[in-house]
Ligand binder design. Sequence first.
Ligand code: FE
Ligand code: FE
Length: 203
Amino acid sequence: MNERLNDLRKKIKKVLTKERYEHTLGVMYTAGNLAMAHGEDIDKAMIAGVLHDCAKCYPEDEMLSLCKKHNVFLSEFEINNHSLIHAKLGAALARDIYGIESEEIISAIRKHTTGDKEMNLLDKIIYVADYIEPYRGELPNIDGIRRIAFRDLDRAIFLIIDSSMAHLKERGKVVDPATEEAYEVFRGLINDRNNVRSTKIVV
Ligand code: FE
Ligand code: FE
């Protein structure tokens, strides 16, 4: 294994719980596989995967003080929904503590929880890998999404956002505005594609 990746893996193991570390390895390998399938740089995808939850296991008060220390601005929504903070803080820690210079890796970490209306290939790979990695417990529609992810990332993202939003709403939780925006964008994309396809059939 690439030395840099190995080094990051050792560091990350120390700041995560056992379960979170297993999930992290699952995301790392899944991201590598998705990179193979979709033509992204494999090392870059695996590094983003290994770091994506680097801020996840700090106690809440420490997370907030780390945000101050690393100049992470939190929206009102994030202050009230602590589970979202780790993505933004993780992006800052990747840069400041783990020495990541690639803006693409930092962006993929930042967007991995909520998704975003603008996602590049690496953002998409990490977002999807986080959902489909093999250690994930039962999630709605997981088998179908796993199959689709290796052929069609956009459709996989649409399905993930769709089921995550339904899941949140079912439990009476509010959906992050970034997720709502991403949902609209990916729904539009899939609809346009379906329209093109049906036009072709008519022609
Ligand atoms: Fe996460
Ligand atoms: Fe994760």
